[in-house]
Write a protein that binds this ligand. Structure first.
Ligand SMILES: Cc1cc2nc3c(=O)[nH]c(=O)nc-3n(C[C@H](O)[C@H](O)[C@H](O)COP(=O)(O)O)c2cc1C
Length: 330
């Protein structure tokens, strides 16, 4: 009997996986950007940054092909016209406007009929970012400002901490860490992240109730963050997993940003069953279109702490030189 059960159990797991895939598909169907509803300020802004980033990239090449980029420029103009009709503007609406105005003034572009037409159309719009957009020169010395004296001291001094000093981390410091983490790369610079944060007992309890990995320390977590990404930013086809990827990158940056400020954290897993994901959503104010990537327990370390050693595998177990297979490069 035990043997039969062992043979059947993996199929039960597969069914659970199927249930999870279906739940994720349903969420993607309901909230992702595939409907291209440009009246929706968020969806329009994700589309705008996708297009203007492509122009930005072409502008950054040292040997830019003169005459390229006009189809993107017109697509952007169309979006800006839509934005102009609505009261609610987003960051990328304004950034796109500024970027387009820079694109048409590039050498080789500014004297063209296209530029003159777009210039006229842009003058009818009543919004533009005051910030710099487009390209800038950036020296090796600029890059080197990020070189750490001892990378090992920084990276190897981070440990997940589960018991913290009984003192909250200030909202100001939390926001500083989030701002630093926002320098994370994201697909087409879409920055589809959204962070929920609290130090209040009730929302902490409500959120942690469905998270199994905080047993034994959850009730003493000073600051709780829920890192999410906005499904509206992503399209079907190639991007249905992108929200997890961009969310994961952002989460890691956030953890390192906190670490750089002396604040400790512990990731709290949200690879959850559909039922628990729904329960969390019914308990706290996480928007339906926001996918929960993970929670983060955050707080100050005590003078003396206990941490898990969590030793790392030898490098040669995770490193392989990439090579072309015989007959593989056609
Ligand atoms: C996505 C993710 C989810 C995690 N979830 C939990 C969790 O639910 N509870 C917990 O105590 N630790 C959790 N951890 C922390 C890991 O156990 C920890 O990062 C790992 O053991 C390595 O230890 P270190 O972070 O101290 O280097 C999680 C880590 C990651 C990256």
């Amino acid at each position: 009997m035990k043997y039969v059960w062992l043979r059947i159990r993996p199929f039960g797991r597969l069914l659970k996986a199927l249930h999870g895939f279906f739940y994720n598909f349903k969420r993607f169907y309901s909230y992702a950007g595939w409907r291209s509803n440009m009246k929706d300020v968020e969806q329009r802004n994700y589309t705008a940054v996708k297009i203007y980033h492509s122009l930005e990239k072409s502008m950054s090449f040292k040997n830019r092909r003169v005459g390229s980029g006009w189809s993107d420029a017109y697509a952007l103009l169309d979006l800006l016209r839509v934005a102009h009709r609505f009261d609610e503007l987003g960051y990328h609406d304004k950034a796109a406007c500024k970027l387009l105005s820079r694109f048409i003034e590039l050498e080789g572009n500014s004297q063209t009929k296209n530029a003159s037409y777009i210039r006229g159309e842009l003058s009818k719009l009543n919004f533009a970012s005051l910030e710099e957009h487009g390209v800038k020169t950036y020296s090796a010395a600029d890059f080197h400002r990020g070189v750490l004296k001892s990378p090992e001291a920084f990276f190897l001094s981070r440990y997940s901490l589960r018991e913290f000093k009984g003192e909250n981390v200030s909202e100001e410091l939390i926001k500083r860490a989030i701002s630093l983490a926002m320098k994370s790369p994201s697909v087409c610079n879409r920055q589809a992240w959204h962070v929920y944060h609290t130090t209040e007992s009730l929302p902490k309890e409500a959120a942690l109730k469905y998270q199994a990995g905080n047993r034994g320390f959850g009730e003493r977590i000073p600051n709780l963050m829920v890192v999410t990404t906005d499904l509206k930013a992503f399209m079907p086809g190639q991007e249905h997993y992108q929200h997890w990827i961009d969310g994961g990158l952002f989460s890691m940056s956030l953890i390192y940003a906190l670490h750089s400020l002396g604040v400790a954290s512990c990731c709290l897993n949200w690879s959850q069953s559909p039922a628990n994901d729904k329960l969390l959503r019914s308990s706290v104010n996480i928007k339906n279109n926001h996918t929960v990537v993970m929670m983060l327990a955050v707080g100050w370390p005590e003078e003396v702490n206990n941490v898990c050693v969590s030793a790392r595998r030898p490098l040669d177990e995770i490193y392989t030189c990439l090579e072309v297979r015989a007959g593989g490069c056609k």
